[in-house]
Design a protein. Structure first.
Length: 341
């Protein structure tokens, strides 16, 4: 903004100020499209400027909607401006969309392969992706179990929730940050369920989904004074997560042995999402206490994950003996899966 002097300043000074201001505003744009630095913008580059200018309002609206979901009101204007300056669509925020497509594709493949589909099946017990308690040495299963789902209801709700919660986070925080939070929840979920239910198969993306839920929760807590509708957001997240976990806990201790489901993957994934999200997700206004909290929760996360990994390696008596054929019986196709639903 150019400030005009009240005492009738020389118009030449005003023109010079305007020229300097315009140069400051347009120089970055000019330099961006002046590819060969010869002081001239070629015609096709100029057309590109016009095209991007026309698309910019739509992008701004999309980012504003994402910011409304995950950013405090006081920070929205700055984060939208910064994101528009940095955003180049390469790579686009497609992490959770790709994960969701993979999960749906794997589910469809096993439906075709096993020749059935239902609300609670099919469960591909022999899949190299599912977590099998008799094959703990195949470490990839601690992550790839997220691609297996026990029925279309299980798959549908996991995909729906992770897209609704994850895409706004990706728009604001970049895909790789959300990817770290999601996968940390998946890994923590399998390790937690592995310790609490050592004889159970494991399937589903609940660990990653609950990591996204707790990442939103961490954002609300840290920015409590600045977040709009903070009590409503907090109550909604706690109600959704608490109800689902409560149902899983109730089923775990009241259902028949063959129907029991693990709830520890939900809790471990949520804890990992909270601990990792505080450090990984963007925080435009960093306070001293938040820096200290970040280091504390990082140490807690490393200690918990380290304990779980060492426990898995060292405490073999806690787990199934893979050489015992009675312990390693593959469930029948109609048997419900014992894992996070």
């Amino acid at each position: 903004m150019v400030k005009m002097r009240a005492n009738g300043a020389d118009s030449g000074d005003d023109q010079q100020a305007v020229s300097l201001q315009m140069d400051r505003l347009w120089r970055p744009v000019f330099d961006k499209y002046d590819a060969n630095k010869d002081g001239v913008i070629e015609c096709h580059h100029f057309k590109r400027i016009l095209k991007e200018s026309a698309q910019r309002p739509r992008l701004q609206r999309l980012i504003r909607y994402a910011a409304m979901a995950v950013v405090p009101k006081s920070q929205r204007r700055s984060i939208i401006r910064r994101y528009l300056e940095e955003y180049n669509c390469m790579p686009p925020p497609l992490f959770l969309l790709v994960i969701s497509v993979l999960e749906i594709s794997v589910f469809v493949y096993y439906c075709v392969d096993l020749g059935q589909i239902s609300a609670i099946g099919p469960v591909p017990w022999k899949s190299p992706l599912i977590y099998d308690p008799c094959k703990r040495q195949e470490a990839w299963r601690f992550i790839t179990y997220m691609l297996i789902h026990a029925g279309f209801v299980h798959m549908f709700f996991n995909v729906l929730v992770q897209l609704i919660l994850g895409i706004p986070l990706e728009m604001v925080h970049k895909w790789w940050r959300v990817g770290i939070v999601y996968l940390s929840g998946v890994a923590a979920g399998s390790l937690g369920a592995n310790i609490s239910d050592p004889y159970s198969f494991l399937a589903g993306a609940s660990g990653g989904v609950y990591a996204l839920i707790s990442a939103h929760l961490a954002s609300v807590v840290i920015n409590w004074g600045e977040m709009e509708f903070n009590w409503i957001r907090l109550a909604g997240l706690l109600l959704f997560g608490g109800t689902d976990i409560g149902v899983a806990i109730y089923g775990r201790y009241t259902d028949d042995k063959e129907n029991r489901t693990s709830y520890s993957a939900h809790i471990a994934g949520a804890l990992a999402g909270f601990l990792v999200g505080i450090n990984v997700l963007r925080n435009l206004r960093v306070r001293r206490w938040e820096t200290i909290l970040g280091w504390v929760v990082l140490v807690v996360y490393i200690l918990l994950m380290g304990f779980a990994i060492i426990f898995n390696i060292a405490n073999k008596e806690h787990y199934i003996n893979p050489e015992n054929p009675l312990q390693c019986r593959i469930p029948q196709t109609h048997d419900p899966i014992q894992g996070p639903q």
